[in-house]
Design a binder for this molecule. Structure first.
Ligand code: F6R
Length: 256
């Protein structure tokens, strides 16, 4: 894992945006895995401002709520349209988001996996992290080998996401999410976390044991993971000075 600690969310996002811009420059038909929630909002704003060419890019989103219509303002379909897709030149046929309204959700999950494989796999997966360590909506105790499927949100995640819906009761109980096994097959993972509320989850994920109790900790087993943090999110890392030193000592050709 490469831990990149920056003073602010804006600076940490800047590093992440440059990593993605470099990938698209090297591979214009890259397959990107996308996340939603508050964390990547700045990143999408930054990518839009960079005016990149998305015409050959394919995207797969991590997750979607079950039981709210696509047009609902808090559906991840709406989130992606509002925060990214309507501002870039991506082809609608290249956009993939799990279908939380499919009549046969298990079949549509299996189809999602097939579509990822048919696209050649995900080159770079963007991830946020829940306060309980979830990635995608793989809550603690999710199988570390799981594939795209239905999950039930924890009480904590519903409390955390009540800020988007107005009240906890309005947050759906169920979601479709890529599995941890699916995420682990991405060629690169790029995890972003900001704010003191993420500090414990990040410290456990980066420096704790690999355990399904903190699903993000499985990323320790992935060969190419970058973790972009602001100072508050990094505040419980015991080796933060080492990570800063490694990043500052990078040769110029390796910096972002
Ligand atoms: C969203 C997702 C989730 C979020 C996580 C953090 O697609 O996969 O894992 O990244 O819940 O959410 P925020 O960024 O709102 O704190």
């Amino acid at each position: 894992m490469e831990i990149i600690i920056q003073p602010t969310p804006e600076e940490a996002t800047g590093v992440a945006a440059r990593i993605i811009a470099r990938l698209l420059a090297e591979k214009p038909d890259a397959v990107l895995g996308l996340a939603t929630g508050s964390t990547p909002v700045l990143l999408y704003r930054e990518l839009i401002a960079m005016d990149l060419d998305w015409s050959h890019v394919t995207t797969f989103n991590l997750d979607e709520y079950i039981g709210i219509p696509r047009e609902h303002p808090q559906s991840y379909h709406s989130f992606m349209t509002d925060n990214l897709f309507r501002h870039i030149n991506i082809s609608p046929s290249h956009i993939h988001i799990p279908d939380g309204n499919a009549t046969d959700i298990p079949a549509s999950c299996a189809d999602y996996e097939k579509r990822i494989a048919a696209a050649g796999g995900i080159d770079l997966q963007i991830l946020g992290i829940g306060t309980d360590g979830h990635i995608g909506f793989n809550e603690p105790t999710s199988s570390l080998a799981s594939r795209t499927r239905i999950k039930t949100l924890t009480r904590q995640t519903r409390i955390d996401n009540a800020r988007f819906f107005g009240s906890e009761e309005d947050v759906p109980h169920h979601v479709v999410t890529m599995g941890i096994g699916t995420i682990m097959e991405a060629r690169q993972n790029l995890l972003l976390a900001f704010g003191p509320g993420k500090a414990r989850a990040i410290a456990e994920a980066v420096e704790g044991p690999v355990t399904s109790l903190n699903p993000a900790s499985v990323l320790q087993m992935h060969p190419t993971v970058k973790v972009c943090l602001d100072e508050p999110a990094a505040s419980q890392l015991s080796r933060a000075d080492y990570y800063r030193w490694v990043y500052e000592s990078k040769p110029g050709w390796q910096t972002f």
